[in-house]
Design a protein around this ligand. Structure first.
Ligand SMILES: [Zn+2]
Length: 105
């Protein structure tokens, strides 16, 4: 069997408030864990995990990784579209190719 080589991409630190316990449901015991922020840092990649509720729409811009082309994009240069339902982020080019029309910015 070939050896799988791995390397550190980044360390992720998340801000997680106390877990909400819903208890027993028809689908089992359910809990909700929210991520309200955080950061990540590695040899080639560093950034913040944004709290979607606290993003100030007037800030100068955001960097994100396009879900489709995996390119690091800036919303003011490449556009920023969010797919409804999945909430995946796409650059303008990939969003247009996929027919995504809702904008996160
Ligand atoms: Zn893209």
């Amino acid at each position: 069997m070939p050896e799988i080589k791995t390397e550190l991409l980044f360390k992720l630190t998340l801000e997680v408030p106390p877990i909400l316990v819903l208890g027993e449901t028809p689908y089992g015991n359910r809990r909700i864990a929210q991520v309200v922020g955080g950061s990540f840092e590695g040899p080639k990649l560093k950034g913040r995990v944004l709290n979607r509720e606290k993003i100030n729409k007037s800030i100068d811009g955001l960097y994100f990784i396009c879900f489709q082309c995996k390119k690091i994009c800036h919303n003011l240069d490449e556009g920023w579209m969010e797919e409804a339902g999945t909430l995946n982020n796409y650059c303008g080019t990939c969003a247009k190719a996929k027919g995504i029309r809702s904008s996160a910015a």
